[in-house]
Design a protein around this ligand. Structure first.
Ligand code: CA
Length: 434
């Protein structure tokens, strides 16, 4: 095997890593963690451990020439931005160094007991933090099944897809300030709603809080204002992916979204998984996406397979239940518009993407009933309640419900996983105003 093939299925770590682990030596996702009594810093997930990059860097084991000569470490920081801005060549080099350092036949860390104790921190002993300082957040709407199904519910089957949908990846500008890391609980939002038959709107806690199963792309270097990123260079600006739960208040959304799109129905909270899985780690799971017909305009034509075969599951756990129930199984390969196309389109007018910007995909639904990525679809807008294993039924989320999303790629004997994004819906704190 090649010294630098970090994706080789035969690679083994000196740590025992189960085949179902999300974090084998082929993955090496980056995150920001706080060890007990310590300051936040950058780490990499490996099996049940976090590898502290500040420790291996100080020990001289991260001797990446591209990082040499910098006065400040890009890892002794509370966000990944400094590393993300350094570009694909640096990401690759660091990945190769880490892959080598963790291999079963590499003694430098394996045989240094003191260094291992300092550098490999059990995951259960750390707090995972928001990995990136996120300046801007854009949410696309790139699953055809989701757009068709939801569009049919809101506007009837003949107007399900708007005329522009098959020609461009539509999106709205989201709110970066309310993006939270997995494990953060959110309050049921209050908002203005107007039921169809009500004479006017009222203000109070949303009655139809939903989740949306999405993935998010973190932008690496980004582009200068006025200089679009051509689609064949988009990958150089794509640092990695996370799981995203775009919590949504459907009753607020329904009343507010025309004509300018979602606003307060979305901005009360968006949850992301803490480990950023790099595009390098996902390279073996690149597949052809859905056939695009009509053919997109030239600036959106992908030269390569640009979808990813990532299994995605959603679990719902009511407050009084000890076990979560799986309520959705989907796959990122269903996305009609790829990440490359989103980046090319976003910058096609000269808009500058910046390091740390988050581009989310929109709800990832597939063609089958169990692959619908939100309750709005799973319960047909609340008209067909779903029954949970404990006998309870749900149309939308109830107070105390925990939503957990997981995702992984299945390799030959190993998984490239994203861990999870989880969060609980807490009761609204404001009194209801009817
Ligand atoms: Ca969304």
């Amino acid at each position: 095997m090649s010294m630098t093939d970090t994706n080789d299925p035969r690679l083994r770590c000196f740590l025992l890593i189960e085949p179902e682990s999300h974090f084998p030596v082929q993955n090496l996702p980056f995150g920001v963690f706080r060890p007990r009594g310590g300051a936040p810093r950058v780490g990499v997930a490996i099996g049940e451990y976090v590898l502290d990059l500040t420790v291996v860097e100080r020990a001289g084991l991260l001797d990446a020439p591209s990082l040499a000569g910098r006065s400040e470490s890009v890892f002794d920081r509370s966000a990944l931005n400094a590393f993300m801005t350094s570009g694909r060549a640096v990401w690759r080099e660091v990945r190769e160094r880490l892959s080598l350092l963790l291999r079963h036949d590499e003694p430098r860390l394996r045989d240094d007991a003191a260094l291992r104790r300092e550098a490999l921190v059990p995951m259960r002993d750390v707090e995972m933090l928001l990995p990136v300082e996120i300046g801007d957040y854009t949410d696309f709407y790139s699953s055809r099944d989701h757009a068709t199904y939801v569009g049919a519910m809101f506007r009837g089957p003949e107007n399900a897809l708007m005329p522009n949908w098959l020609h461009l990846p539509v999106a709205y500008h989201g709110r970066a300030s309310s993006i939270v890391v997995s494990g953060t609980d959110l309050k049921r939002p209050c908002g203005q709603t107007k039921p169809d038959k009500a004479p006017g709107p009222s203000f109070g806690p949303s009655r139809s809080v939903d989740f949306e199963l999405e993935m998010g792309l973190f932008v690496g270097p980004g582009n200068a204002l006025g200089e679009p990123i051509p689609i064949d260079q988009a990958v150089d600006h794509m640092f990695g992916l996370v799981l995203v739960n775009d919590w949504s208040a459907r009753d607020v959304q329904k009343w507010e979204y025309v004509p300018l799109g979602p606003f307060l129905a979305k901005s009360f909270g968006t949850s992301i998984s803490p480990w950023v899985v790099t595009l390098e780690a996902l390279e073996s799971f690149r597949v052809a996406g859905p056939t695009q017909d009509p053919k997109p305009l030239a600036y959106l034509r992908n030269p390569v397979n640009a979808a990813y075969d990532i299994r995605l599951d959603v679990f719902l756990q009511p407050a009084e239940c000890s076990e979560p129930a799986r309520i959705c199984s989907s796959n990122a390969r269903h996305l009609y518009w790829s990440f490359d196309q989103q980046v090319a389109h976003h910058t096609s007018n000269g808009c500058n993407l910046c390091t740390g910007d988050l581009l989310a995909t929109g709800t990832i639904s597939g063609p089958t009933p169990e692959s619908r990525g939100c309750l709005l679809e799973l319960t047909t807008g609340g008209r067909n309640p779903m029954t949970l294993p404990n006998g309870q039924s749900r149309t939308f989320l109830e107070d105390g419900d925990r939503v957990t999303m997981t995702g992984w790629c299945q390799g030959n004997g190993y998984r490239i996983g994203f861990g999870e994004v989880t969060g609980k819906l807490l009761p609204a704190t404001s009194p209801a105003h009817e």
